[in-house]
Design a protein around this ligand. Structure first.
Ligand code: ADP
Ligand code: MG
Length: 346
């Protein structure tokens, strides 16, 4: 736990400097804005709001505690833990949890199963929930894989009930942060906030522009150097969501095993992608998609993006190709550190 906390704090340090905050902060802005940091949802959460909005921060903090209590897979009393113990019965859930599961099923369909919240028993078997990492044997992987299929999650919209097939367990960690950031931003907007940025680990969402009318500048972390970024996105009313194998992993016998599992193999995804950032005004889908793209690899991801132009992406591959949606050409500034990369606009 302490290890997890420390690694989260390292992420904080990074987030403060390069992730999601204004990289060229003019001095005059300082008095007008307020930032708070929270440790929740197994990550560091950073919120910056322009204007006097103390009450909004309080509301955000309460909302985060509430989401955490409902989503935690380890907290016995959470809605997810209750579902995971429900043994094939329909269980009523809150609207938020229902909506997140519904979105997760949609992203599962869109990505031919690369995104699958029912991969959770495998995430657990590899030790990613406890940091007690291990390589499960093939027999265990095959046994657990049999219950992985989000098509077997039944939803009843009339009663807001969810039924998991017996033996199935889910974890919303790959999509919940996108949902929460979008809820936080719309709640702020309702409270009269016009300019804000929310960063939940690799999920960054911005509201409006900065007060001077300029775009928010959001750095994408360099996978190898936590104090550098591969480039900076200019965002207005959009989200940028990053997934990568460098975020949580262990090394055994010289091989690296990361926390994104390919539902087809039951093992960490063998992918040619190092880091993938989805840029979209649909943060919920964007969160699920960034995880899915990592599993799908470059070829399938580029085909998906070609067919679904409402999502844009920045992809860093193992070959040091930096693949950038052509629509981002004017809003993504590549860092000098990437001068050896092969930059392709697709
Ligand atoms: P993070 O939440 O670590 O920033 P992601 O959004 O990519 O990054 O989600 C990774 C988390 O999602 C993992 O920790 C695990 O709980 C879960 N997960 C792993 N593989 C998959 C998958 N193929 N589909 C859905 N969820 C996954
Ligand atoms: Mg995700």
């Amino acid at each position: 736990m302490l290890k997890k906390l420390l690694s989260s704090l390292l992420v904080v340090a990074f987030a403060v400097c390069f992730c999601g905050c204004d990289l060229k902060r003019p001095q005059s802005d300082e008095s007008e804005k307020d930032s708070r940091k929270y440790l929740a949802l197994d990550t560091v959460i950073d919120i910056t709001i322009y204007g006097e909005h103390d009450d909004v921060f309080d509301t955000m903090e309460e909302a985060l505690d509430d989401y955490e209590a409902r989503l935690s897979v380890t907290e016995e009393t959470s809605e997810i833990a209750m579902l995971n113990k429900s043994g094939g019965e329909y269980k009523k859930v809150s609207t938020d949890i229902y909506n997140i599961i519904n979105s997760a099923k949609r992203v599962h369909d869109m990505t031919d199963g690369a995104f699958d919240i029912s991969v959770y028993p495998l995430v657990k078997a590899w030790g990613f929930t406890t940091d007690e990492y291990k390589i499960p044997d093939m027999e265990e992987i095959e046994r657990l894989k049999r219950n992985v299929n989000s098509n077997n999650i039944m939803l009843d919209p009339d009663t807001l009930s969810v039924r998991l097939m017996t033996g199935m367990q889910i974890d919303l960690g790959g999509i919940a942060k996108g949902y929460i950031s979008s809820k936080m931003i719309s709640s702020m907007e309702k409270s009269g906030v016009e300019s804000a940025i929310v960063s939940l680990g690799g999920n960054v969402q911005v509201l409006g522009t900065k007060p001077d009318g300029s775009a928010w500048r959001v750095g994408i972390q360099h996978p190898d150097y936590s104090d550098c970024y591969i480039g900076v996105l200019s965002l207005i009313n959009e989200a940028a969501i990053t997934s990568g194998g460098y975020q949580r992993y262990f090394v055994q016998d010289g091989k690296t095993y990361h926390h994104i599992i390919d539902p087809a193999t039951g093992a960490p995804a063998e992918t040619d992608i190092v880091s993938v950032t989805v840029v979209t005004d649909k943060p919920i889908d964007g969160d699920g998609l960034s995880t899915a793209f990592f599993v799908m690899g470059t070829e399938k991801t580029l085909k998906f993006l070609d067919e679904n132009p409402e999502y844009k992406a920045v992809i860093l591959t193992k070959n040091y190709d930096l693949l950038v949606s052509k629509e981002l050409k004017n809003s993504f500034e590549v860092s000098d550190i990437m001068s050896d990369a092969n930059i392709v606009y697709f």
